[in-house]
Design a protein around this ligand. Structure first.
Ligand code: NAP
Length: 246
């Protein structure tokens, strides 16, 4: 699955699943622009990739600011001459039950989790169409497939990402650009760390594999979608959840 000479752009590359994605693409030889707001955390990822055949280039961007995000993609193309792989990974939760959810709480999650993916895909697709090659990978969630109480905002954003993936895939397939999504189940990161232990036990009891996934177990699937191995796969949503939803 060599990604030698490929240029990748990964949002939310400083922690959790995004960090694992950045490192696994760089390990395969890609130059990876890792995007987040926390400079120190990004620099840690750059250090971890020292000695890999690829490299990590940190980029401070608030993906909630459309102009910052599209400019970051344009700057990446100016600097490296192309863009082969886009991974829309950054995401947030602002959980609450429907009847108590503030409008802003809904809008913020839609903006960060869904609108940013649209902005990044638009900027990247223009370049990828010209190149006649591209791999777009959207990190959605089983919440977007199954729904989840307390996550109307998050589930709506993640379900929206699936629509974005499929429509994008249909538009871009004839230009050599594939668009796929990965829907993780429960993965051990900062996002899930504060769940009460009792709830974690309940969740584990309904996951056939009886455990949360590791960020690296999502990164390995990203690597597949980014590589030549998936050349005839587009518009798909691959659920990676230890068997929770089947
Ligand atoms: P995480 O550990 O909370 O990390 C989130 C990442 O997104 C961080 O790198 C963060 O960096 C970045 N980010 C957040 N807001 C940003 C903004 N406004 N601008 C730029 N970067 C921003 O989350 P995770 O668990 O790795 O989740 C990664 C993706 O997987 C998300 O889309 C999430 O919805 C999805 N997912 C996670 C799980 C799970 O169980 N963990 C399950 C299903 C789906 P900074 O804070 O430095 O900006």
């Amino acid at each position: 699955m060599s990604l030698q000479d490929k240029i990748a752009f990964v949002t939310g590359g400083s922690r959790g699943i995004g960090r694992a994605i950045v490192l696994s693409l760089a390990q395969e030889g890609a130059t990876v622009v890792a995007v987040a707001r926390n400079e120190d955390k990004l620099n840690e990822v750059v250090k971890e990739a020292e000695g890999f055949s690829g490299k990590v280039v940190p980029k401070i961007v608030d993906i909630g600011e459309s102009k910052q995000l599209s400019s970051a993609i344009e700057e990446t193309v100016e600097k490296f001459g192309r863009l082969d792989i886009l991974v829309n990974n950054a995401g947030i939760t602002r959980d609450g039950l429907l009847i108590g959810m503030e409008d802003d709480q809904f809008d913020e999650v839609i903006n960060i989790n869904l609108r940013s993916a649209f902005i990044a895909m638009k900027a990247a697709a223009k370049v990828m169409i010209r190149q006649r090659f591209g791999r777009i990978i959207n990190i959605t969630s089983i919440s977007g497939v199954m729904g989840n109480p307390g996550q109307c905002n998050y589930s709506a954003a993640k379900a929206g990402m699936i629509g974005l993936t499929k429509s994008g895939a249909k538009e871009l397939a004839k230009r050599g650009v594939t668009v796929n999504a990965i829907a993780p189940g429960f993965i051990t990161t900062d996002m899930t760390e504060n769940l009460p232990d009792k709830l974690k036990d309940t969740i584990n009891s309904v996951i056939p594999m009886q455990r949360f996934g590791k960020p690296e177990e999502i990164a390995s699937v990203v690597k597949f979608f980014a590589s030549e191995a998936s050349s005839y796969v587009t518009g798909q949503v691959l659920i990676v959840d230890g068997g929770l939803h089947m």
